[in-house]
Design a binder for this molecule. Structure first.
Ligand code: ADQ
Length: 478
């Protein structure tokens, strides 16, 4: 079978640059697709970390003026990933987070920065790199949303296009005058079937309107975003395009997340050695200054701190946590007010509540291995990855019944609650506390979690089928 060639376009790719789950997916999918006859290369911006890790990459093209300054397209590989890197220093050579300044404000030229990424994706789609002419261009989130738009407005033969939504809340909204500056037809910015979005333009909307296929990262979220509330302004468009919209669950990299080989945890374990988890629990308690109590139900949280994640509700459930003798280990960063409130709560309850503000991959692994339960109380959750890691590590998930959480956790593997309120979260915590004291019932939950397939194997196959069907329906580069 001829392999399908896919150009993936993403603004972050694990293990090179990561701010959230998008990077995990963009980094794991190409590797998982190798066994499914799909040859994927990933295009990403040349941030400083990327340039450092790909120092030996080959220059394929250079331009004296690419969106206002010199630019180059490089090809190279890192950790099993085949990459194209768009090296445009005046757009990407900035330290820190890829999207925001040190003060946490969006870079004012984000529209141009990510339009440039999509423009080059479209050009690779048209055959800019003879050695890799893609059959499909697969755009991830708003930062890549203009790739299908450029391919559409360029006219002529083009590869098939797929737009994947990892989070409906980030839509890449800009003033409509930007359209001309980034080389898109001005009329497209007034066209409700083009870029136009509530008087401005939206990169995500453009991708959703103009891609051949739309996917999101769970079947339930695919359904939820067709409502006015879940669609966050794009529900009507998605209802119209329901015929080309599907949900494919995320997996996790089961090599990176393997409790039998994990270098970040205190004591490695498999399904037959669940009791060894207690050594990780003790290590976690010690590391975070929690009381060394094996009998206390230790709750873990690993999350961006944003409205989406519902962690304000967990603060409201604090009386239930404290009243039932539970402990909490939270690792997260984001919203300044939530950071302060968690740090304040931790100061008020030493030995019981610990809050580590920051991003710490090694600690995330220890929390999965050492906490008894992992809480994900999201208001909406396209898929969610931490509950998948928890299933694999024997941390029983306690999740709200939304999006991908509803598709991946059920009463045989964890605790679910809905609607998403702190009262319902408290009730779920109460049920977990009750079950925790029945050792055999708790072990059943853990074992059912460990037996759940959270790998990419089958899910990558669904993407492969999608690409193949798309190519079959429109021909290669039609
Ligand atoms: N402080 C911290 N320290 C260390 N690691 C941390 C951390 N905070 C978060 N992480 C890690 O970052 C990743 C977060 O992924 P999620 O899927 O849970 O959420 P996110 O909202 O970023 O992703 C969006 O995209 C993904 C991918 O499609 C969807 O699953 C999800 O629903 C959607 O909101 C996980 O690997 C987690 O371990």
């Amino acid at each position: 079978m001829t392999p399908v060639r896919v150009l993936a376009v993403a603004s972050e790719v694990y293990p090179i640059v990561k701010t959230g789950g998008l990077a995990d997916v963009a980094g794991a999918l190409p590797v998982a697709l190798k066994g499914h006859g799909v040859e994927m290369r990933t295009l990403m911006p040349g941030y400083p970390d990327v340039m450092r890790l790909l120092a030996g990459a080959d220059e394929i093209r250079r331009w004296p003026d690419y969106f206002g300054g010199p630019g180059r397209l490089l090809a190279g590989s890192h950790d099993g990933l085949d990459l194209f890197v768009l090296d445009v220093p005046h757009l990407y050579a900035r330290p820190g987070n890829p999207y925001v300044t040190a003060e946490g404000v969006d870079w004012p030229d984000n529209g141009v920065r990510f339009a440039a990424l999509s423009r080059i994706a479209a050009d690779i789609g048209h055959g800019l790199v003879a050695a890799f002419v893609p059959d499909v261009v697969h755009a991830h989130d708003w930062q890549a949303g203009l790739a299908p738009a450029y391919l559409h407005y360029d006219g002529g033969a083009r590869p098939g296009t797929v737009m994947t939504i990892h989070n409906m809340a980030y839509q890449g909204k800009f003033d409509r005058t930007l359209a001309g500056a980034i080389g898109l037809p001005q009329h497209a910015s007034f066209d409700v079937h083009g870029l136009e979005y509530f008087g401005g333009i939206s990169f995500l909307k453009a991708g959703l309107q103009l891609a051949d296929r739309i996917t999101t990262v769970s079947p339930t979220y695919a359904h939820e975003i067709q409502s006015d509330e879940g669609g966050m302004g794009l529900g009507g468009l998605l209802r119209e395009r329901a015929g080309v919209l599907s949900g494919i669950l995320n997996g996790i990299d089961t090599e990176v997340w393997n409790p039998q080989t994990d270098p970040h945890i205190a004591y490695r374990f498999g399904a037959k050695e669940l009791s060894f988890r207690s050594a990780n629990k003790a290590a976690l308690q010690q590391r975070l200054g929690l009381d060394p109590r094996p009998d206390a139900l230790l709750l873990g949280v690993i999350s961006r701190l944003s409205w989406q994640k519902g962690l304000d509700l967990l603060l409201e459930s604090m009386p239930t946590i404290l009243g039932n003798g539970m402990q909490l280990a939270l690792l997260g960063s984001g919203d300044a007010e939530l950071q302060d409130r968690y740090q304040g709560t931790a100061r008020g309850h030493p030995g019981r509540i610990a809050a580590v503000i920051g991003y710490d991959e090694a600690l995330a692994h220890l929390i999965q291995a050492g906490s008894d339960a992992l809480i994900v109380p999201s208001r909406f959750e396209p898929c969610g990855l931490t509950q998948l890691c928890a299933l694999r590590y024997g941390a029983v998930p306690i999740v709200s019944r939304v999006g991908g959480l509803a598709d991946t956790v059920n009463e045989t593997t964890g605790f679910t609650f809905g609607p998403v309120t702190s009262a319902n979260l408290s009730a779920a915590l109460g049920r977990a506390s009750f079950t925790f004291h029945d050792k055999s019932a708790w072990r059943q939950l853990q074992l059912a979690g460990l037996a759940t397939d959270v790998s990419w194997r089958n899910r990558a196959g669904e993407y492969a089928t999608l690409y193949r069907n798309l190519v079959a329906s429109r021909g290669r580069n039609a």
